[in-house]
Design a protein around this ligand. Structure first.
Ligand SMILES: [Mg+2]
Length: 395
């Protein structure tokens, strides 16, 4: 029985999204192995591929060259982000017909809290079926849905039966641990390759192993906070609420160095790379940022953030790189760096300041030119992969 206080969460994930859009738009590709990403004669990777291509062992993030070796007759196509963005908005709009509580995770994936919607549209599986039908009818595409009492379980469930699946997680607290127990450790949220390797070395291979692991030992292996959160999630307990802001409020990226980094040039290069990535995401989302921020975690785990206003608001790599570097140099590297991050916030949809004086107008021309340049770089990277274009100098 579904308790009155229990939530109903759906996780919806489009199947092989980019490839599926291409096959839908070009029906002659139906049934063929289709690979979206860099062409095989260039450096770069596979972004998405059709299920027919997956049969040859092709998967996303694999070098396109390897994909070509595995299946020379595969059809390679460059990504058409504009078109995928269009379809993405279409599916998100369908989701919002059923509930205003939608948290998009990426352009083809979202959580929906349909707890209240049950009274209007029927129980979780019924809503899931209605959404799948609407998506299929209006976009021609299929998606896989997980229905569960919380976000962690819903996300796990949507992956269990792909493509075109609908998986219902048991809602009884007694049955949930047994449902999770056989799943491999890689399903755990926040368990990266390193953590997986540590756990596997200690014979923790499934979520069931995590459920019964000695808490003290687990904490010693992977740290107290990961141990606590993994144990809770492995038992199916997840109290997180959806974050349903309709617009992205901030965009950021960070990296942790394998060994705490003392070399300023290495830290700066990493920061500039992060600024590029954030810039790319910002332009893809169609926003301009008014604040840029760096984050530095030192070797003793103390963490600082430093921010600066961007005026006029911008989305180009050059300004973001300059700002990131200035903020870092002003702070100085006084001890080894454990983690470096860069982010932008206070996003808006245009670069226009409400009142533009002459000086600002001049500034604006520079930033417009920088923006155009960054967008050209995006298009080259979209076509030929990230490594295809590098800057001549640090800036
Ligand atoms: Mg997907």
């Amino acid at each position: 029985m579904v308790g009155i206080l229990q939530k109903t969460i759906l996780h919806i994930d489009m199947d092989a999204f980019f490839a599926a859009v291409e096959v839908h738009d070009h029906p002659e590709l139906k049934g063929l192995p289709v690979v979206i990403g860099s062409p095989p004669d260039k450096r770069g990777v596979v972004s998405t591929c059709s299920y027919e291509a997956r049969k040859f062992g092709i998967h996303s993030a694999m070098p396109s060259r390897t994909a070509f070796q595995r299946c020379p007759k595969a059809v390679f196509l460059p990504p058409n982000m504009k078109r995928y963005h269009e379809v993405s908005q279409q599916i998100m709009e369908i989701f919002r017909r059923f509930t205003p509580l939608v948290e998009p995770l990426s352009c083809d994936e979202a959580f929906l809290d349909v707890t209240g919607a049950r009274y209007l549209f029927g129980d979780g599986p019924t809503i899931a079926k209605k959404i799948k039908e609407a998506v299929k009818k209006e976009t021609g595409l299929t998606c896989s849905v997980g229905v569960a009492p919380n976000m962690f379980l819903a996300k796990i469930a949507s992956e269990l039966d792909k493509p075109d699946g609908l998986t219902l997680v048991p809602f009884s607290e007694k049955e949930i641990p047994a449902f999770l127990a056989p799943l491999p450790i890689k399903r755990m949220w926040g368990a990266g390759k390193k953590t997986q390797a540590i756990l596997e070395a200690h014979r923790i291979r499934t979520l069931g192993d995590l459920q019964t692991a000695d808490p003290a030992k687990l904490a010693a292996w992977i740290g107290e906070s990961s141990a606590a959160s993994f144990r809770r999630l492995a038992l199916g307990v997840d109290g997180r609420e959806l974050e349903t802001e309709s617009e992205e409020k901030s965009i950021s990226n960070e990296i942790t160095f394998d060994i705490d980094e003392r070399n300023a040039a290495v830290v700066e290069a990493a920061l500039l790379d992060l600024a590029d990535k954030v810039g790319g995401r910002l332009r893809c989302a169609g926003f301009y940022a008014t604040t840029a921020q760096i984050k530095v975690r030192w070797t003793d785990f103390s963490t600082i953030t430093r921010q600066r206003r961007l005026d006029p608001p911008c989305c180009d790599d050059i300004t973001l790189r300059e700002t990131a570097l200035e903020l870092l140099r002003k702070e100085g590297l006084h001890s080894p760096v454990r983690l470096i991050g860069f982010g932008v916030s206070n996003l808006r949809e245009t670069a226009d300041a409400p009142q533009l004086d002459l000086f600002q107008a001049l500034e604006k021309t520079t930033s417009t030119r920088r923006e155009q340049l960054s967008r050209v770089v995006d298009r080259i990277r979209e076509k030929f992969g990230r490594a295809s274009i590098q800057r001549g100098s640090k800036l």
